[in-house]
Design a protein around this ligand. Structure first.
Ligand SMILES: CC(C)(COP(=O)(O)OP(=O)(O)OC[C@H]1O[C@@H](n2cnc3c(N)ncnc32)[C@H](O)[C@@H]1OP(=O)(O)O)[C@@H](O)C(=O)NCCC(=O)NCCS
Length: 179
């Protein structure tokens, strides 16, 4: 397929930086990749490479949210980014593809603040359902269930870890109300 010229669709919703469609900033991809490199345990093979991120951001309906180390939802280019979320939307549904906070910034509420922003910005955009997939027993499950995500499906042994262990995949859904 022929390459199309990149166009920026960045827009701000509330205080958060939310980008939709082609990423207009290689700097933000750099910041996402820094979190990616430190946040995902190699054992699970969950981290994406730069090409996967930049390709994903070429698709309409793909967006990301960043959170700064100080909890800012609109970290400026000089600020340390502590975490990010990557989402793909289709009509009135979105999937949370990646969600991570660097280890040194965990347990301070940044993950919860980022997820709250993801949900609020989805609601603003008319999204009625958010989906995600996680391996069973990922501690993140406690965070997700606290926000109302519930398990709607199990794929037994779907993930295979680097050491060969098989782990179930849990499909989770959050219904987003108008309120
Ligand atoms: C999941 C993740 C983003 C949470 O980030 P965080 O900034 O630590 O989250 P918070 O500080 O907002 O934690 C919110 C709540 O979630 C729960 N929680 C989050 N991480 C947890 C962990 N590692 N172990 C146990 N509970 C955890 C706790 O209930 C916590 O509430 P508390 O403050 O009362 O303890 C982070 O642990 C991470 O990046 N993990 C690796 C990547 C990953 O697995 N992403 C999810 C893929 S599905």
């Amino acid at each position: 397929m022929a390459a199309r010229p990149m166009r920026s669709f960045r827009r701000r919703e509330g205080a958060a930086r939310v980008s939709i469609g082609p990423a207009d900033s290689g700097d933000d991809i750099d910041r996402i990749m820094k979190v990616m490199a430190g946040a995902f345990a190699p054992e699970y093979g969950e981290a994406w490479n730069r090409r996967q991120i930049s390709d994903a951001l070429l698709l309409a309906g793909t967006r990301y949210c960043l959170i700064g180390a100080d909890g800012s939802l609109d970290p400026d280019p000089t600020e340390q980014v502590a975490g990010f979320a990557l989402l793909r939307g289709l009509f009135d549904e979105e999937e949370l593809l990646l969600f991570a906070v660097l280890p040194q910034y965990r347990k301070k509420g940044l993950g919860a603040a980022l997820l709250a922003q993801v949900i609020a910005s989805a609601r603003t955009r008319g999204i009625v359902r958010l989906f995600l997939e996680m391996r069973r027993n990922n501690p993140a499950g406690k965070l997700y269930s606290g926000f109302g995500f519930r398990t709607i499906g199990v794929r037994p042994g779907y993930y295979r870890t680097a050491s060969g262990e098989r782990l179930d995949a849990l499909s989770q859904e959050l219904t987003i109300s108008d309120g």
